[in-house]
Design a protein around this ligand. Sequence first.
Ligand SMILES: NC(=O)c1ccc[n+]([C@@H]2O[C@H](COP(=O)([O-])OP(=O)(O)OC[C@H]3O[C@@H](n4cnc5c(N)ncnc54)[C@H](O)[C@@H]3O)[C@@H](O)[C@H]2O)c1
Length: 349
Amino acid sequence: MTSMITVRAETLLRWAITVLEKAGASHPAAVATAEALVDANQRGLDSHGVTQLHFYLPGLKAGTMRGAAEPTVETDLPAAAVVDGHHGLGPYVARFAMDLCCSKARSAGAAVVGVRNSTHFGAASCVSEQAAYQNCIGIVVSNSDPGMGPPGALGPILGTNPLAVAAPFRREQPVSLDIATSVAAQSKVVLAAREGRAIPTGWAIGPDGEPTTDPASALAGAMLPMAGHKGFGLAVIIDILAGCLTGSALSPEISNDPAHPAQQRTGHLLIAIAVDRFVTAEHYGSRLERLAHTVHTAPRAPGTDRFLLPGELEASEARQRATEGIPLASASASLLAEIGATHGVPFPP
Ligand SMILES: NC(=O)c1ccc[n+]([C@@H]2O[C@H](COP(=O)([O-])OP(=O)(O)OC[C@H]3O[C@@H](n4cnc5c(N)ncnc54)[C@H](O)[C@@H]3O)[C@@H](O)[C@H]2O)c1
């Protein structure tokens, strides 16, 4: 068993690129995928970091994720497009689609790109922040394999369908909301199971429909929606936007087994809004600073921490991890060591 270790982001990135290439990914797909996974680790989103390779690599092996696939533009309108991912690696497909979306938004003011036949793209904020760094507000939704049921369900009905919105703010820190529509991402339960930790009450139900704090029981049962009917309703809407509208699978049709012979056919919908086509950059920036000041200085009850904007926790974690490296719990380090041994790329590198 490997013990808890710390790895620098650049080292982890090189290691993940090599593993993905050895598993059959093209160089650009391996780079985009490894960058998305390491970016998630860098920002503290460890449930969507390099341990997701555990899910992606069997997909590459089974051909349900096609490492050499190139996305193509199927419908090309001035402010809209439909991209076919051809079952390529989700982070690569989504990066291609968001670049296209931002380029259209720069000329049309705003643009929408639907993506069909994609696969799991990791943390949605890796895609929405890509827009923010191009001075666009980025909105990203995706469907995912079924993992969530409303209270009273005996199993999952829909995906934990994530939503991310990133708005340009200060140079290296967009305002960035990135959430599953379940109380918490199901990958956090996978991580807890691997690390032998209980999960908080209220996250999930077991296969008997009863609340559980046991991650194994939660994985056999279902995640609960965030904010009850509101989270479930949002997941329905996301399935309409990312599934029905794009020609992709619906979340109940997406297999959670990467080695399953059927393609995932995951769908995403991306929106980019070019800020300076609506108001001047100065107006937008000063209004957003005002909003941030209001949140940060709002009166708070004794013992309450300073209120944060979405994305601030992750930005602070990223600064810390840039200096100290990315900590990997022993169970995650062991998993990466196993992956490394299988692909002839030793871990730790
Ligand atoms: N690709 C997929 O299929 C898929 C599916 C589900 C979730 N996910 C990913 O899982 C990840 C985790 O989702 P989650 O729902 O568990 O996230 P979460 O509940 O941890 O919420 C994260 C969001 O809340 C904000 N936040 C957290 N604490 C805050 C505070 N004190 N003040 C202000 N804002 C705060 C964060 O900045 C972030 O925007 C996301 O990256 C999501 O994209 C992916």
